[in-house]
Design a protein around this ligand. Structure first.
Ligand code: ANZ
Ligand code: ZN
Length: 804
C-alpha cells in the first residue's frame, strides 16, 4: 500500500459519514439509549483551540464505542452564543452581534467537522436562535410564576469595564472573571433567582449521581451548608440584643470579645453613644473599598476598632465583653456579628494576638489542656469541654446539643442552618442576551408576558453600547419599551435587562432530545427516553456555575413535572487543561498557542485525536509537545503498514490469541474509565508485537481496526475498505473478549545447568514438576552430561539441574 495520505482520506470519510447520516440518533425508543454530552462551546472570535478537542474526543470515543455495542447514541453539539465578548466585538467593529455570532459559528463548525467528530449535526442548537430562546423565556416565566424570580434592590458586583452586574460566581479574586478589571459595589434593582430555595435539594441530589469526587465536593462547598446556632447577647443598658451566628455554641464560655461587621446596622443606630465614632467611620470607609473575598482571607493581617461605649453580656455567665468592628466579619453571612473565641478559632486567635485580647481555653484535647497561647485548638474530634460549667466533661458534639437545649429553653437562642450560597443575580444590563419577558405596570406591578407571545424577540437597535448610568441599550428603544399591560391593558413598560449567558446553557441538554419541537421544549417521550444524560464531561471551572445552575433549573422543572427525573446528569467527569510546550497556560501574549487547524493540516485529524488522548492522564493538566504529535503520526503510519503483513486467516492466531483478548478487555475498560492514554499504549504494544512477528491475521487486523476506530476513525475506515471488507467500521459490532482466554495458558521457563541458563521451554502453566523436568531435559539434549545430583523446579520460572 502507498503512503498514508491523511488529507484525502479524512475528507473522503467525513463526506461519507455525512451522506450516510452515520451518527444520527434515531427515534427508535425500543433500543437501549446512551446520551453522551460535552459542554457546548462559546463561539468566540478566536475559533477552536487545542483545549476543545480533549473532552470532545474523549466522549466521541465513548459515543462511537457505544454505537458499535448496539446503543442508540445521542452525541450532540451546539452553540452557547449569547454573551459579552461577541457584544464587545460587535461594538468595536460596528457589526451586528447576530452576524458576528453567525460567522464565528460557521468557523467553529468547520473546524469541528474537520476533526471528524460523530456529532449528530441534525440536532445542532444555538441559544441565540429565537426558536430556542423562546423556551429559555418560557422557563423564566415558570420560575416567575412559582415565586422563584423576584426583583430586588441590591448592591451588586459591578464590572467597571464591562459595565455589567456580575454574579458572585463571576467575580474571581475581586476582579471580573471575563476581563480582569476591578469590581466595585453598585446598588441596582435586579432580577434574582431563588436558587437558595433549592440548596438542600441540590445537596441531596448529589447522593444519587456518579460525579467524580472533586466535583461533588466543590458543589457542596459552594452551597456551603452550615449547621449551628443563633445566640442573643444583651447589650449592656440597652433593649436591643446582639444576635450572632456560631457553629461552635459549645464554646460560649470561652467568649472574650464580640465582633460586628462594618456594615452592621447597630453602628448607625448607636452612633451618638459611640465615643470614638470618627475612628469607626473612617474604618468603615476603608472596609467598603475591599471585596468580600479580600476581607475573608485567612492569611490577611487583621484590622479593627473597639467600640467605645457599647458592651455585650455573655448570656451563659453574665460576663461583660467588648464589642469590636472588624472587616473579617461579613454582613452578607449569618447575622453580620460573631462571638469571638480566640482559643478555638484561628481568625479570632490572630485578632486577639494582634490586639492583646484574653484567650480562654474551654476545650481540651482528650481532656488534657493544650497551650492556646501558641495556637488555637480547633480539633473537634478529640475535644472535651473544660471551664464550662454545666457542659464540662462533654465531647464537643454532645456539648453543642446540650447548649442548644439550654439556649432554646431560656429563649436566648436556637439551632440554625446557614448557607454560603446566595440567590442568583439574573439581570444583565446588556443587549446580546434573551429579553426578560416581563412588563412593569404602575397598577399591576411586574406582569409576565403572555406565553403565546413568546419568543419575545430581541429588537434591532442602533447601538449596543451599555449606557453610562448602567442601563441596557434596550432602554433607549422607546417603541419597544412602551407597551400595554397584559393584565389591565393600561400603559406599561417592558423590562430592558436581559438574561445572563448562564440561562441558555441551563437547559440545552433537554433541547437536544427533541430540537425541532415547536409545541414544547421537548416532547415527554423524548425526555423520558433520553434522560438523564448518561455521561457529561466538562471543565472544572464550570463546577460551581453552570453545573449548579443547570441542576437547579432541572430540579425545578422536575418539580413542575416538565422533566421526568430529578437530576439531569447521571455521571460527570472533568478533563485537565492543555498547556503550552513550556508548561504555561496557552495565551496570545506568551506566543505559545497551538492552532488545531495546523495540526489537522500537517498531521491529520486522527493524529490530533490520538495525541490529545495520549498526552497524559485525562483529568490532569498536560503540556503540549510537537514531538509527541509526531510520535502519534508515526504510530498511525505503522498501523497503515499492517495491511502489508496481513494473512488470509480469519481468526486469531495461536500466538496472539491471549494478547488479543487482553487488548479487547483493556481497551474496552479504559475507554469507559477516562484511561484513553493507557488504551492507546496497549494498542501501540500490540502493534509492536505484530510488526516484530512480521504477520497479522485478517481476523486480528479487523479487531484491531475496530478497537482503534473510536480514536482514529478515518484511517481505520480507509484500511477496512482497503483490505476488502464490506460495510464500515462504524457499523461493526464491538468485539467481546473471553475472560478465560485473557490469561496466558503457557509459561516460558528457563532451563539451567548448575545455575547457568542453557535453554528455554514453553510449557502449559499448570504442568506438574515431572513433566516440566522431562521437557527441560529434552530441550537440553546432549548438553546434559555427568551425574545428575539434584533437580530443582521454581514453578513457572526456572528448572535448574545440578550435575557433576
Ligand atoms: C464562635 C466560634 C468558635 C466559631 C469557634 C468558630 C469556631 P461556617 O462554617 O463558615 O458557617 N462567623 C459567623 N458569621 C460570620 C460572618 N458574618 N463573617 C465572618 N465569620 C462569621 O462558619 C461559621 C463560623 O464563622 C461561626 O462560628 C463564626 O465563628 C464565624 F471555636 O462562632 B464561630
Ligand atoms: Zn397593569
Amino acid at each position: 500500500s502507498a503512503v498514508y495520505n491523511h488529507k484525502t482520506v479524512e475528507k473522503k470519510w467525513q463526506q461519507i459519514w455525512q451522506d450516510e447520516k452515520a451518527f444520527a440518533a434515531t427515534n427508535d425508543y425500543s433500543k437501549p439509549k446512551y446520551y453522551a454530552l460535552v459542554e457546548f462551546p462559546y463561539p468566540s472570535g478566536q475559533g477552536l483551540h487545542v483545549g476543545h478537542p480533549r473532552p470532545y474526543t474523549a466522549l466521541d470515543i465513548v459515543a462511537r464505542k457505544r454505537r458499535m455495542q448496539g446503543y442508540n447514541v445521542l452525541y450532540p453539539m451546539g452553540w452557547d452564543a449569547f454573551g459579552l465578548p461577541t457584544e464587545n466585538y460587535a461594538i468595536k467593529n460596528k457589526i451586528h452581534p447576530k452576524i458576528v455570532t453567525k460567522n464565528n459559528i460557521d468557523h467553529f463548525k468547520e473546524q469541528l467537522q474537520s476533526i471528524g467528530y460523530s456529532f449528530d449535526w441534525d440536532r445542532e442548537i444555538n441559544t441565540t436562535d429565537p426558536d430556542y430562546y423562546k423556551w429559555t423565556q418560557w422557563i423564566f416565566l415558570k420560575l416567575f410564576k412559582a415565586g422563584l424570580a423576584y426583583k430586588q434592590e441590591m448592591p451588586i458586583n459591578w464590572c467597571t469595564s464591562c459595565k455589567v452586574g456580575l454574579a458572585n460566581e463571576e467575580v474571581v479574586n475581586g476582579v471580573c472573571e471575563r476581563c480582569g478589571s476591578p469590581v466595585v459595589r453598585k446598588v441596582k434593582s435586579e432580577w434574582m433567582l431563588k436558587i437558595t430555595d433549592y440548596a438542600d435539594k441540590l445537596i441531596e441530589g448529589l447522593d444519587h449521581v456518579d460525579y467524580i469526587e472533586r466535583v461533588k465536593t466543590q458543589q457542596k462547598n459552594w452551597i456551603g451548608r452550615s449547621t449551628g446556632a443563633e445566640v442573643d447577647f444583651a447589650i449592656a443598658g440597652k433593649e436591643d440584643k446582639l444576635r450572632i451566628y456560631t457553629t461552635r455554641c459549645d464554646t460560649l464560655f470561652g467568649v472574650t470579645y464580640m465582633v460586628v461587621s462594618p456594615e452592621h446596622p447597630y453602628l448607625d443606630k448607636y452612633k451618638d453613644e459611640i465615643k470614638n465614632w470618627d475612628e469607626i467611620e473612617s474604618y468603615r470607609e476603608q472596609a467598603s473599598r475591599k471585596s468580600d473575598f479580600e476581607r475573608a482571607e485567612l492569611a490577611k493581617d487583621k484590622t479593627g476598632v473597639e467600640i467605645d461605649g457599647l458592651k455585650a453580656v455573655n448570656p451563659v455567665n453574665g460576663k461583660e465583653v467588648p464589642i469590636w468592628v472588624s472587616d473579617y466579619v461579613l454582613m452578607s453571612y449569618g447575622t453580620g456579628a460573631i462571638m469571638a473565641v480566640p482559643a478555638h478559632d484561628e481568625r479570632d486567635w490572630e485578632f486577639a494576638k494582634k490586639f492583646n485580647l484574653p484567650i480562654i481555653q474551654v476545650v481540651a484535647k482528650n481532656g488534657e489542656e493544650v497551650d492556646v497561647n501558641e495556637a488555637a485548638f480547633t480539633d473537634v474530634a478529640t475535644g472535651v469541654l473544660i471551664n464550662s460549667d454545666f457542659i464540662n466533661g462533654l465531647e464537643v458534639k454532645e456539648a453543642k446539643e446540650k447548649m442548644i437545649e439550654f439556649l432554646t429553653e431560656k429563649g436566648i437562642g436556637n439551632a440554625k442552618v446557614n448557607y454560603k450560597l446566595r440567590d442568583w443575580v439574573f439581570s444583565r444590563q446588556r443587549y446580546w442576551g434573551e429579553p426578560i419577558p416581563i412588563v412593569h405596570c404602575d397598577k399591576c406591578g411586574y406582569v409576565p408576558v403572555d406565553e403565546s407571545e413568546l419568543p419575545l424577540l430581541l429588537p434591532e437597535v442602533e447601538s449596543y453600547m451599555p449606557t453610562d448610568n448602567g442601563e441596557s441599550p434596550l432602554a433607549a428603544m422607546t417603541d419597544w419599551v412602551n407597551t400595554t399591560c397584559p393584565c389591565c391593558g393600561g400603559p406599561a413598560k417592558r423590562e430592558t435587562d436581559t438574561m445572563p449567558q448562564w440561562a441558555g446553557s441551563s437547559w440545552y441538554f433537554l433541547r437536544y432530545t427533541d430540537p425541532h419541537n415547536t409545541e414544547t421544549l421537548a416532547s415527554q417521550e423524548a425526555l423520558k427516553y433520553w434522560l438523564p444524560v448518561d455521561w457529561y464531561n466538562g471543565g472544572m471551572e464550570h463546577t460551581t456555575l453552570h453545573l449548579l445552575y443547570s441542576r437547579f433549573w432541572h430540579r425545578f422543572l422536575y418539580d413542575q413535572k416538565v422533566v421526568p427525573c430529578p437530576e439531569p446528569y447521571q455521571k460527570r467527569t472533568s478533563h485537565g487543561m492543555i498547556l503550552g510546550e513550556n508548561g504555561e497556560k496557552m495565551s496570545k501574549s506568551r506566543g505559545n498557542v497551538v492552532n488545531p487547524d495546523d495540526i489537522v493540516r500537517d498531521y491529520g485529524a486522527d493524529t490530533l485525536r490520538t495525541y490529545e488522548m495520549f498526552i497524559g492522564a485525562f483529568d490532569a493538566a498536560a503540556s503540549w509537545s510537537e514531538d509527541g504529535v509526531k510520535g502519534c503520526r508515526r504510530f498511525l503510519d505503522r498501523v497503515w503498514k499492517l495491511q502489508d503483513i496481513m494473512t488470509d486467516e480469519e481468526g486469531f492466531s495461536k500466538e496472539f490469541e491471549t494478547k488479543m483478548h487482553q487488548t479487547i478487555k483493556k481497551v474496552s475498560f479504559d475507554y469507559e474509565n477516562l484511561k484513553y492514554n493507557t488504551a492507546i499504549a496497549q494498542l501501540m504494544t500490540m502493534l509492536n508485537d505484530f510488526s516484530k512477528a512480521g504477520k497479522i491475521t485478517k481476523g486480528e487486523l479487523k479487531t484491531y481496526l475496530i478497537l482503534l476506530n473510536p480514536v482514529a476513525p478515518h484511517i481505520t475506515e480507509e484500511m477496512w475498505e482497503a483490505i476488502g471488507e464490506n460495510g464500515r467500521v462504524y457499523q461493526q459490532t464491538w468485539p467481546e473478549y473471553d475472560e478465560a482466554k485473557t490469561v496466558e495458558s503457557m509459561v516460558e521457563i528457563a532451563v539451567q545447568i548448575n545455575g547457568k541458563t542453557k535453554a528455554t521451554i514453553n510449557i502449559a502453566k499448570d504442568a506438574d514438576k515431572d513433566s516440566v523436568i522431562a521437557a527441560a531435559k529434552e530441550a537440553l539434549g546432549s548438553r546434559l552430561s555427568g551425574n545428575i545430583i539434584k533437580e530443582i523446579y521454581v514453578p513457572g520460572r526456572i528448572v535448574n539441574i545440578v550435575a557433576k
